[in-house]
Ligand binder design. Structure first.
Ligand code: NAD
Length: 260
């Protein structure tokens, strides 16, 4: 279906429908806004309904079709319900961005609270699994689709004090590679994006500890941290047909922080 909205920036996503989890803030919000600017219709999921409704309002005013779904990605029922409803409302699903995630506690492995570790894996890994299963249930019969999982620089390198987060993001990349192999011949491309530090609520929490922000900047050879819009650019490329030969990749968007 084509949209009658002229996109500000044609990335081949106009008229496409894309699901975004964790779209109420930070990177998910940045991705939703960038997709809207490119003329894509959206299905937004978040724990916080008011937050996604605020993201949706200006896009609806531009004539885009945007559905808002309250849900917790750790609930298979929430995720399957939301994605099935979205696919019905929009007449299918062209793309999906599995973005919702949490950082967890900060403690060395010996002292890391096991219940927090389990919660981080539940949100960051099981959440992505539930989303992918529901998305593939829609995309496989269509014979086409593009899925982008938001991993992290922590999917590639270690991060002292953040074992749960690092383990969860390594798992997201493993899940991405495996699903990519399984669905590559069925018209569904599955990739990951690995951002380093991006200014969001998630990092604002970390930066409350004195010295952490400056230390983070020092770890990025580019000399600064990133913005959600810079992650959105990579996501949009992977969602579009312009990345037609990218399958199972982990695209690093990190100001060289994993290179140094
Ligand atoms: P954020 O905390 O700013 O926003 C996360 C959004 O997801 C919020 O709207 C929140 O309500 C929602 N959310 C959280 N748990 C949820 C759940 N269980 N179900 C549904 N929605 C839920 O976070 P962010 O910084 O934008 O991070 C988004 C993703 O990007 C995460 O997967 C994170 O690990 C990853 N990431 C972030 C950074 C960074 O520096 N900010 C770097 C690399 C990767």
């Amino acid at each position: 279906a084509m949209t009658n909205v002229a996109p500000e920036n044609d990335r081949g996503l106009a008229g496409r429908t894309v699901f975004v989890s964790g779209a109420g803030a930070g990177i998910g919000r940045g991705v939703a806004e960038a997709l809207g600017a490119a003329g894509a219709h959206l299905a937004l999921l978040d724990l916080d309904l008011a937050a996604i409704e605020a993201v949706a309002a200006p896009l609806l005013a531009r004539g885009l079709r945007v559905s808002c779904h309250t849900g917790d990605v750790t609930s298979a029922a929430d995720v399957h319900g939301a994605i099935a409803q979205a696919a019905q409302l929009h007449g299918g699903l062209d793309g999906a961005v599995n973005n919702a995630g949490i950082v967890g506690a900060s403690a060395d492995v010996m002292d890391y609270p096991a219940e927090v570790f389990a919660r981080v894996l539940d949100v960051n890994v099981m959440g992505v699994l539930h989303c992918m299963q529901a998305e593939l249930a829609v995309m496989k019969p269509q014979g086409c689709g593009a899925i982008v999982n938001i991993a992290s620089a922590a999917a590639i390198i270690g991060w002292a004090g953040q074992s749960a987060y690092v383990a969860s993001k390594h798992a997201v990349v493993g899940l991405t590679k495996t699903a990519a192999l399984e669905y590559a011949a069925q018209g569904i491309r599955i990739n990951a994006v690995c951002p380093a530090f991006i200014y969001t609520d998630l990092t604002a929490e970390l930066f409350q500890t004195p010295g952490v922000h400056d230390a983070a900047v020092a770890n990025h050879p580019i000399g600064r941290l990133g913005q959600p819009s810079e992650v959105a650019e990579a996501v949009m490329w992977l969602l579009s047909d312009r990345s037609s030969f990218a399958v199972g990749s982990s695209l690093v968007v990190d100001g060289a922080s994993t290179i140094d």
